[in-house]
Each structure stands twice: as C-alpha cells, then as structure tokens.
Design a protein around this ligand. Structure first.
Ligand code: PEP
Ligand code: MN
Length: 302
C-alpha cells in the first residue's frame, strides 16, 4: 500500500498535467521562467515590473473622437499615462450590439490625435496579423486578447514587431498553458512581455452577469514561477462596475504590476459591455484609493 502511494507521487513528467513540473521549466517554458527580473519600459516614467503600478484606462472601443477626448482629459486629471481603446475588437456574440462597428483604421487615426494632443501612451488590441501594420504606426503597447491567447501565428507576428505586448490569459486555461503561450512570444526574441490575469470561467453563482471570476491567486502563483510583470484586469473579470474597486484593491494587495480599468463618461451609452466601465467619478475615486493603498505596499500608481 505504502509503495503504491510513493509511486503515485512520482508520476512521470511526461503524463498530461495541469501543474508545472521541473521538466516543463527546463524543456517547455525555459524563457518565461528565467530567473532574471524583467522590466518592461514604456517610457522613462512608465516601467512595468518596477515599484510602479501603471494603470491602463479607457473605454472598451474607440467609438468616436469626442469619447476619446473626454476619456483622455479624465486620465490627465488623474495623472494616468496610458489610454486604452480597441479599434479592432472581437465580440462574444455575433448578433449583439448591432450599433457597434469596429472603427478599425479610423479608430487608429483617432488614437493618433489623442496621442499627439494629450501625450498619452496607447494600448490597443491586435486581432489579426493583417491589421498589425496600421496598429504599430500608433500603438505603444499591443494587446493580445484572451480569445487569441493561443493564436500562435498571431503571437509570432506580434512578437516580431518588438513592441511591448500584453498577453491576456484565456478564461479557461491553466497557468501552464498561459505560460506556454507566453513562451511562443519570447522564443521569437521579444522580451517586452506583460502577462495579464483577466478572470476565469467557473460555474459560480454570485450573479449571472458577472461572467468570470478574477483568479486573484494567479498573481502570486505566477510570481513564483515567472519574473515578467503581471497585471490584473478587474473590469473584464467581473463585467460589473460595482465590483471593480474591490477587485482592484485585492489585485494591488496580491502584488500586481499594473491594472486595466475600463472607464466611460456615460457607461450606459457604451456600445459594448455597458455594465462594466466605471463612470468618471467612480474612476477618480478608484485612483485616489489605489494611490493610498499602493503606498502600503511601497508601490506607486503611475
Ligand atoms: C478587452 O480588453 O477589451 C478585452 C476584450 O479583454 P479580454 O480579451 O480579456 O476579454
Ligand atoms: Mn472590453
């Protein structure tokens, strides 16, 4: 009986597993698990993986110029340096949001103007290799969305640009698979990698519309095994604005190296996911509290 138990605990690394084994670290994910601390520098004042917690904020989509101007002003008011907004955008359901059209290259033109006028860095999602040329003329950080986490050709081409990349964890993957996807980026020679926890699917009962649950323990778990910056996206995890502050503070306490927060001047009017963005007052309050809280952990919101 005793022997049997010992045998079980010595399961071969070759057997399928969700856990990350020594063999994985050596042979499957050596780059993403390298022991050297990795910092991702966006400008001289913004560094992911430092004592800063840079916040990336903005609406879901680049709907129009007026919206982006309002958001940019709000970010400046709160001394936030990175604006987000997608011009290319996958939707979960094809029939939803008939009013919503991807703004595509005209959305990127809007982001160009915002960059010039407000001196903000831009994060936007790359959904297809074909859009990459246009996107890199404007963006400072390229986001790979959850749904594309294992789109390996996309990872490869995005990596080749050498731009900083935010890789979002797919909502149904183990950390092992997440790091495997990250390795695909690193093996192409781009080390400007930021990993993002954005909630996982569980059969939860909190609230039908919350959709995902932020895997808060993924932050310390990832930090045990990778030295790349780990950021958290409480907005997409909860899908529900009233929960975003708690999840933000929990992420700061868990050691996140950055945050993605959706904000919109009039969330109800947001053409995609209107329950999710914070309005400007909620956003300002969140930033204020986050500044206080991050001090406790010797970090600062950037
Ligand atoms: C987003 O950041 O707007 C987004 C769609 O996120 P995710 O890919 O995590 O769903
Ligand atoms: Mn979104």
């Amino acid at each position: 009986m005793k022997k049997k138990i010992i045998k079980k605990s010595n399961l071969s690394n070759k057997e399928p597993t969700k856990d990350i084994s020594k063999d994985d670290i050596k042979n499957k994910i050596p780059l993403v698990t390298s022991k050297n601390l990795k910092k991702v520098k966006i400008s001289k004042d913004i560094v992911f993986g430092s004592n800063q917690i840079p916040i990336i904020a903005g609406p879901n989509g680049v709907e129009n110029f007026e919206l982006m101007v309002k958001v940019a002003k709000q970010l400046k008011k709160n001394k936030i340096n990175i604006i987000r907004g997608h011009a290319y955008k996958p939707l979960t359901f094809p029939y939803r949001s008939k009013m919503y059209k991807e703004s595509k290259s005209s959305g990127m033109d809007i982001m160009d103007e915002i960059k010039d006028n407000f001196n903000l860095k831009v994060v936007t999602e790359v959904t297809e290799i074909g859009y990459l040329d246009r996107i890199i003329r404007t963006a400072d950080i390229l986001q790979i969305g959850s749904r594309n986490m294992q789109n390996l050709e996309l990872l490869k081409e995005v990596s080749k640009t050498k731009f900083p990349i935010i890789l979002k964890r797919h909502f149904g993957t183990s950390l092992r698979d997440f790091l495997g996807a990250a390795e695909h980026i690193l093996v192409e020679g781009n080390e400007n990698l930021i990993l993002c926890e954005r909630g996982v699917t569980i059969p939860h009962t909190h609230r039908p519309t919350s959709r995902f649950a932020l895997d808060i323990q993924a932050i310390p778990a990832l930090k045990e095994i990778t030295k790349f910056p780990i950021i958290s996206d409480p907005s997409h995890a909860s899908f529900w604005a009233p929960w975003v502050p708690s999840l933000t503070y929990a992420s700061i306490a868990a050691g996140c190296d950055g945050l993605i927060i959706e904000t919109h001047p009039n969330p109800k009017k947001s053409l995609v996911d209107p329950l999710q963005p914070l309005d400007f007052k909620q956003f300002s309050n969140l930033i204020k509290m986050s500044r206080k809280l991050s001090k406790v952990f010797n970090k600062k919101i950037a």
